[in-house]
Design a protein around this ligand. Structure first.
Ligand code: BES
Ligand code: ZN
Ligand code: ZN
Length: 477
């Protein structure tokens, strides 16, 4: 199986009543405030199997007052997980059951949940992959084509989330900046996106010393990976939205070495970049009318005789010099050159970056909301609203200029770390802000907390940011 061929996942299709006969059925429904026997409990996503021919799987949507798109998505996810665990390959769902709830985009949310819940990272496990849930048939009386169109769109989004998750889980001995660039190129061929790669030579010719510095200790040098969608029917010269992602394929911390326990899981330091690749895949599948450029800032943060070290002074693409205080503050180094490149070379209407940038954002917001920092109130407002709709929720943090004092350089223009834990997500944000030129509206989303979840003692990638940014992009004209 090539990396682009994902293991069997859920396909949503539309069926007639005859084709549907004999299949297991999913029955999502709101429950009474005192649910009796024969009904699942009040918890959203609680399940009750009702035997019969065919058997029905009742799924609780909570009580009537809990009917929201976010809860419908959750219920869909719970149903798919149960079906995967119980090795059901095909099930039916009556579209009218969900449309009858009167929740706008309710069916879409439930189906999105189904595709998300069917995800497993099983590439390296010797288990029976054929036992996975692969098909949900939607029963419809009349509007077959329109229904298919509705679920096709959410299915493209959910598949993009699953691609981001799948690639985030790949271990660092498989994905490094070089193999990642190859994958992005293959993705571009598959989707019709235009791919441009900047390897070591191109980055040094540009003068992108900051992104290069992080990769010096690695066998595979840094890469800047660009994927572009021209915008369906958009005018020549239309300004693109640029979405940038941090992809540290492994973060040891470098000479500012991480302790053993904190280093485990640092393959997930590429989640921002993987979200960008997922977003671009869906942008192409949805054939959005606006131009969008995705840029992945890829590097591996390692130790060797060539690695960068504390007290090094690096010249960035912007010309500003950076003194390294911590080699573990590498995310801002790789992003700084990319932000300068995007703001000076691509004439963007907005730049949004997604990055697992600081442990401090996990302390501040936990795993529920990502930190949002922005130089533009309209952009921040639009992203926060997209976050509520998509349930990839954000919370804005300030970027007062005084925070810059913490990283003002003494022997250089700026330092890459304050050296104290004060306001670390904001210090990360204010650092990045110095590299966004030409007053381009810019937003930084620190996903260090939300990119992964702990469940049953293991860590999972969430694909955070994919639904958020796709919702935002679809709200633009
Ligand atoms: N990749 C880490 C941030 C991180 C921490 C992601 C926990 C996911 C979970 C980042 O490169 C890092 O090490 N940041 C430092 C910055 C500090 C040295 C200024 C941090 O947050 O401690
Ligand atoms: Zn680090
Ligand atoms: Zn990192």
């Amino acid at each position: 199986m090539t990396p682009l061929q994902l293991p069997p996942r859920l396909i949503l299709k539309v069926s007639t009543a005859e084709e549907w006969e004999g299949q297991w059925v999913l029955v999502p429904a709101a429950v009474a405030s005192e649910p009796g026997p024969g009904s699942p409990g009040k918890q959203v996503g609680e399940l009750l199997l009702v035997s019969g021919d065919p058997p029905a799987l009742q799924i609780s949507l909570g009580t009537q007052d809990k009917l929201t798109t976010a809860n419908l998505r959750k219920a869909g996810t719970a149903a798919a997980r149960w079906l995967v665990e119980h090795k059901a390959a095909q099930v039916g769902l009556n579209a009218a059951d969900l449309d009858g709830l009167g929740i706008e985009r309710g069916l879409e949310a439930f189906c999105e949940g189904l595709v998300l819940g069917a995800f497993r990272f099983s590439r390296y496990k010797l288990e029976d992959k054929s036992a996975f849930l692969t098909e949900v048939s939607l029963l419809t009386a009349v509007e077959g084509a329109a229904l298919l169109d509705r679920v096709d769109r959410v299915s493209s989004v959910a598949k993009a989330v699953n691609l981001a998750r799948e690639w985030s889980h790949e271990p660092p001995n498989i994905i490094n900046p070089h193999t990642l660039a190859q994958r992005a190129q293959a993705l571009a061929v598959e989707t019709g996106l235009k791919c441009t790669l900047f390897g070591e030579r191109e980055l040094s010719e540009l003068g992108a010393g900051a992104i290069l510095s992080v990769g010096l200790g690695s066998k595979t040098p840094s890469q800047m990976i660009l994927l572009a969608h021209p915008g369906h029917g958009s005018q020549a010269g239309a300004q693109p939205v640029v979405v940038v992602g941090k992809a540290i394929t492994f973060d040891t911390g470098g000479y500012s070495l991480k302790p053993t326990q904190s280093m485990v899981g640092m393959k997930f330091d590429k989640c921002g970049g993987m979200a960008v690749l997922g977003i671009m895949k869906a942008v192409a599948a949805l054939n959005l009318s606006i131009p969008v450029v995705g840029i992945v800032a890829a590097a591996e943060n390692m130790i060797s005789g060539h690695a960068y070290r504390p007290n090094d002074i690096i010249t960035s693409l912007s010309g500003k010099t950076i003194e390294i205080i911590s080699t573990d503050a590498e995310g801002r180094m790789v992003l700084s050159d990319v932000l300068t490149y995007a703001s000076t070379q691509l004439n963007p209407r907005a730049i949004i970056d997604l990055a697992t940038l600081t442990g401090g954002v996990v302390t501040a917001l936990g795993k529920i909301r990502a930190g949002l920092m922005s130089t533009d109130d309209d952009l921040a407002g639009a992203l926060a609203a997209a976050g509520e709709r998509s349930d990839d929720r954000l919370w804005r943090l300030p970027l007062d200029e005084e925070y810059f004092d913490l990283i003002k350089g003494s022997d250089s223009d700026l330092k890459n770390s304050a050296g104290v834990p004060q306001a670390s997500p904001i210090v990360g944000g204010i650092f990045l802000k110095q590299f966004v030129l030409n007053q381009v509206p810019w937003a930084h989303i620190d996903i260090a907390g939300t990119a992964t979840l702990e469940a049953k003692g293991t860590r999972h990638a969430t694909g955070f940011g994919v639904r958020l940014v796709l919702d935002y992009l679809q709200s633009l004209t």
